[in-house]
Design a protein around this ligand. Structure first.
Ligand code: SF4
Length: 349
C-alpha cells in the first residue's frame, strides 16, 4: 500500500469525532477552518459550537454587525480572522447571491482565505484535488522523506507543496487532507512521536536513521520584540473610560486608554504623558496589578500594567461605562479582568 492508502485506512478506524466532520456544508467547514487556525481543537470546538449557534448560516453572519461578530470571537485572539469572515460572508451573500465558491481559484480571492483554507474547503466540500499544507503536514513529510529544507522560510513552501500535491489521491481528497493532519498531530507529534506504533515505522527515513527529533528543520529567527503597555483606568463615580481602537490588531474593539513604550517607563514619565495627552494631573494614580500581565502575539510580547485614577476629571474621547459586556475586548484586557476584577469592584464583565 502507498502512503495515502495507509493514512486513509488509519483514518477510517481512528478519525476523531469532531462536530464539523458531520457536514460538508462549506459554510460550516469554513468557520471550523478559520477558528482552528492558531487555536487548539479542544478550545476551538467550544467556539465553533457557540459561533454556529449565534450565526447558523451565511445569511445570519452576513446580516450581523461587526460588533456582534467580534463579541462572539472574544478570547480567541487574532481578531482579523473574525473581521475577514464577516467581510467575506457579506461578499458571498450579497454580491455572489449566496453562491458559495467551489473552486480553489475563486475561494482564494476572498478576504481571509489563503492557500490552506482554500485547499481545505475545496477538497473537503467539493472533492477538488488540492493538498493542504499546515505545520502537521510539513512535519510528517519532513520526517518521512528526511527533507532538510527549513520549513519556516518561504522558498521551501514550493517544494513541500509539490510533494504534498504528488501524494494526495484522486479520490477522497478531503478525507486524505484531514487524515494526514490528524495522523501527524496524534502520532507524528512534535515532541515524543509515537514511532513504535506508527504505520510508517519501517519506511520513515527519520525513524530509520534515529533522527526524528532533528526534523523538521527550522531557521532560528530573532527573539520576539517586547513592548510595554500602560493602561490607565479613569474612574468617574464608578464608571470607567474605554475607547474604541482605531487601527492595528484590535481595531474596532475597546480598551482603557493606553500608553505604549519600548521600555518600562517610570511613574513620573507616565504622569507627564497623561498630562500631555489628557491635560490631567494624575496625583491619585495607583497601580492595580502588582506583577506585569504578559501577553504573547506571534512576533511580539506585551508586558502590561494597569493604573487607576479615582475621581478623575471627565475626558471627552471615549465612553464611561460600568458594564463591559457589550464591548468586544482583547484577550489581554480579559486577562486583567479575570485577575483584578475584585480590586475594581464596580467593573464587571
Ligand atoms: S515513524 Fe515516527 S517520525 Fe516517522 S512518520 Fe512515524 S511517527 Fe513520524
Amino acid at each position: 500500500m502507498n502512503f495515502s492508502d495507509l493514512i486513509l485506512d488509519w483514518y477510517d478506524i481512528n478519525k476523531r469525532d469532531l462536530p464539523w466532520r458531520k457536514s460538508k456544508d462549506p459554510y460550516k467547514i469554513w468557520i471550523s477552518e478559520i477558528i482552528l487556525q492558531q487555536t487548539k481543537i479542544s478550545q476551538g470546538t467550544k467556539y465553533y459550537l457557540h459561533f454556529l449557534k449565534k450565526f447558523p448560516n451565511l445569511k445570519s453572519l452576513a446580516n450581523s454587525s461587526e460588533n456582534e461578530v467580534l463579541l462572539s470571537w472574544q478570547g480567541l485572539g487574532y481578531y482579523s480572522r473574525a473581521r475577514n469572515l464577516h467581510k467575506s460572508a457579506k461578499k458571498i451573500y450579497f454580491e455572489l447571491e449566496n453562491n458559495f465558491p467551489k473552486k480553489y481559484e475563486s475561494l482564494i480571492k476572498l478576504k481571509g482565505i489563503g492557500d490552506y483554507t482554500a485547499s481545505a474547503i475545496s477538497s473537503i466540500c467539493f472533492n477538488e484535488k488540492n493538498a493542504v499544507l499546515d505545520g502537521n503536514v510539513y512535519r510528517i513529510l519532513a520526517r518521512y522523506f528526511l527533507i532538510d529544507k527549513p520549513i519556516n522560510i518561504s522558498s521551501s513552501k514550493k517544494y513541500f507543496r509539490q510533494l504534498a500535491q504528488d501524494l494526495i489521491p484522486n479520490k477522497r481528497c478531503g478525507d486524505y487532507n484531514q487524515a494526514i493532519m490528524d495522523y501527524s498531530s496524534t502520532i507524528c507529534k512534535p515532541v515524543n512521536p509515537k514511532c513504535d506504533i506508527c504505520i510508517f515505522s519501517k519506511s520513515c527515513k527519520a525513524n530509520l536513521s534515529s533522527m526524528t527529533m532533528d526534523f523538521p528543520k527550522k531557521l532560528s529567527k530573532n527573539k520576539n520584540r517586547v513592548l510595554y503597555y500602560d493602561y490607565v483606568i479613569f474612574d468617574q463615580g464608578g464608571k470607567n473610560l474605554i475607547q474604541k481602537i482605531n487601527s492595528g490588531l484590535w481595531v474596532n474593539m475597546y480598551q482603557f486608554p493606553v500608553f505604549q513604550s519600548d521600555s518600562c517607563i517610570s511613574l513620573i514619565d507616565l504622569k507627564k504623558m497623561i498630562y500631555e495627552k489628557f491635560n490631567i494631573s494624575a496625583y491619585n494614580i495607583e497601580l492595580v496589578n502588582e506583577n506585569f500581565i504578559e501577553h504573547k502575539l506571534t512576533h511580539l510580547q506585551i508586558q502590561s500594567r494597569f493604573w487607576k485614577i479615582s475621581d478623575a476629571p471627565k475626558i471627552k474621547v471615549g465612553i464611561y461605562v460600568d458594564d463591559f459586556e457589550n464591548f468586544p475586548m482583547s484577550r489581554l484586557m480579559h486577562k486583567f479582568f479575570e485577575k483584578y476584577n475584585s480590586k475594581l469592584s464596580l467593573i464587571s464583565l
